[in-house]
Write a protein that binds this ligand. Sequence first.
Ligand code: ATP
Ligand code: MG
Length: 353
Amino acid sequence: MKLVLLPGDGIGPEIAAATRVVIEAAAARFGLTLEIEEDLAGHASLKKHGATVTPELLSRVRAADGLILGPTATFDFKDAARGEINPSMYFRKNLDLFANIRPSRTYAGVPNKVGDFDLVIVRENTEGFYTDRNMAQGDGEILVTPDVSIALRRITRHCCERIARSAFELAMTRRRRLTFVHKANVLKISDGMFLDICRAMAADYPEVETDDVLIDAMMAHVVRKPSRFDVIVTTNMYGDILSDLTAELSGSLGLGGSINAGAEHAMAQASHGSAPDIAGQDVANPMSLILSTAQLFDWFGSRSGDAAYVAAAAGIDKAIEACVGRGEATRDVGGRLGTGATGAAVAAAVAGL
Ligand code: ATP
Ligand code: MG
């Protein structure tokens, strides 16, 4: 498997280095032929190439089997004309990575206030409120006058159908429960379309039990009793916000892994951002990016039929669970190690499987 690894900004280089150690251990343990190409994205790329992400890099990513994108400082990137492009959005859009799959689960040994749960958020990734932000096409936000701004939100049948399909298929591999999250009582046309499509598709999956919950009420439900949820499907911005909440409820944002998948490509990416407040201190939890990479292995293995990658993904999950349980983890999840030492501990656990 040919991988492109882009460490990114803030805590990115630290968690990417720890992730690399773990995937190299997984390659040795599970007999994977990995080729890892490391490159720049974000501030480092802006400095060297005049843009946070370049078309040349996109071509290299297209030619690879998967991308690992570290967090980038999206807040700093405002002017696409000056090369300040949001790399995450750039890859999502150009590779049509329409499904952002964000699992959240609790781990034995990590304190949590809400009881055990294991759920997956399936977030639409290519439209909604986040369409074309900073992409210079102008159909995202508009400054009408210096005092009036408008944000447009596009919802299409095509994108609703493909994200709903992904969510139903995922639910079939899990506990067969799917919750549609929306605000169709207010956004009657756009969220109404999303909800109608989800409901209609339920006829194709009679084994899947479905329900729907308003996004605001959903915040209360996941805090009150997250164990009632299995798979959750929702539009772009709701999914973004909800998944930060569920990751934190599971113990820490630092456990929030995710994959962005399309028909041809996939990108592993932590759910959190570049966390500039803790960058360079060797305290960031690398498990988010490690778990994301495990998801990428699972995606690649399932698609290519190479069972070694599926086994490696399960192995990495198991190693994380063991390390977290023994306190061989960063302090955000109650552990006593730094970022680098956590990577080494997970790698050792993978080697010892
Ligand atoms: P960005 O603008 O890049 O999204 P942010 O300021 O929103 O950055 P996040 O990365 O979203 O920051 O993080 C929010 C908070 O969660 C941070 O204050 C950080 O301390 C904590 N956090 C995020 N990721 C991790 C991690 N991997 N390990 C430990 N703590 C984390
Ligand atoms: Mg953030």
